[in-house]
Design a protein around this ligand. Structure first.
Ligand code: MLT
Ligand code: MN
Ligand code: ZN
Length: 295
């Protein structure tokens, strides 16, 4: 399986339009590479692609990656798009994929309901872009030669649909991970996860490659840096560091491990910093836009 990182960043991207944090300033200055919002493409033959989450930056991401350029007058190598939740960073790119070229859209019924509740998504013609509800824990064909299965991951409803009280460890159709099997290998893509449970660890037992939620270094990062008022867990994201963070909790997973969906405040983005060294020493890679990873 060929993976192409279209966007390594969490919602907002790097730099984020209204952020003057060190990472965002460094990205503006070209000291560290800017990065688009959360999206990963996958292919088994290098010719047909599936896009996992359609970010608001998808137009630029498709421009920057020649693998996704049209090969004929009206055409796309993208056969399908799969959504792992209904957050803006994962669905807004669908609006850029209007213009009458067919592809298949896969998501849980709950996530498809988010699109149905927002009529602007009707701009994506249902005749051309079939909306396929996918049941949890059931294999389906994402593209020829590539089997996929989605599974519930602790999470919450999309930010823009939050009510007065928010359950951040919902197990259901709101937030899912994806298991991909092709070319004799198994890869997982989990860009949002509130908690690593035993169920999740058992799930990853057959992983050759794992792309995992790298949103925040620690739970209080946004509060401490003055960029936000919520903890990571309140946002549905487990931190990278700490005794119950992702590096510690996933230490026993015997796979190539890559952090993706990285928030612009995350200090692992500073190549000379101790946090960056820590995750590399723990055997993780940090996704970069345009990076190709083969499983
Ligand atoms: C998240 O992953 O927490 C969301 O992308 C938040 C947002 O929609 O801004
Ligand atoms: Mn997000
Ligand atoms: Zn920032």
């Amino acid at each position: 399986m060929h993976f192409l990182v279209l966007g390594a960043s969490a919602g907002g991207g790097l730099p984020q339009w209204n952020c003057g944090c060190r990472n965002c300033e460094d990205a503006r200055k070209g000291v560290i590479p800017p990065s688009g919002q959360s999206s990963l493409a996958v292919s088994v033959d290098g010719e047909h692609w599936s896009v996992l989450n359609a970010s608001p930056d998808i137009r630029q991401q498709m421009l920057d990656n020649t693998q996704l350029h049209p090969r004929a007058l009206r055409d796309t190598p993208v056969q399908s798009v799969l959504l792992t939740n209904g957050d803006i960073d994962h669905i807004a790119g669908l609006l850029s994929l209007r213009e009458q070229t067919p592809f298949t859209l896969f998501a849980t019924q709950d996530i498809l309901d988010v699109l149905s509740a927002n009529r602007v998504f009707d701009a994506l013609s249902r005749d051309k872009v079939g909306r396929n509800p996918i049941a949890l824990d059931t294999d389906f064909t994402l593209q020829d030669g590539l089997s996929a299965r989605i599974f519930a991951v602790p999470g919450k409803v999309p930010l823009f649909m939050e009510g007065e009280t928010v359950q951040t460890d919902l197990i259901g159709e709101q937030t899912v991970g994806v298991r991909l099997a092709g070319s004799g290998k198994v890869a997982y893509y989990v860009p949002g996860c509130a908690q690593v449970t035993d169920t999740l660890l058992a799930q990853f037992a057959d992983a050759d490659l794992l792309f995992f939620d790298g949103t925040l270094w620690d739970d209080d990062e946004m509060i401490r840096s003055g960029t936000g008022i919520k903890t990571g867990r309140r946002m549905g994201h487990i931190p990278v560091s700490g005794p119950d963070g992702s590096v510690a909790m996933l230490a026993g997973v015997d796979a190539a491990k890559v952090f993706i969906h990285i928030n612009n405040t995350n200090p692992i983005l500073q190549p000379d910093g101790p946090e960056h060294a820590f995750v590399l020493d723990a055997g993780w890679r940090i996704a970069r836009d345009g990076q190709e990873i083969v499983a």
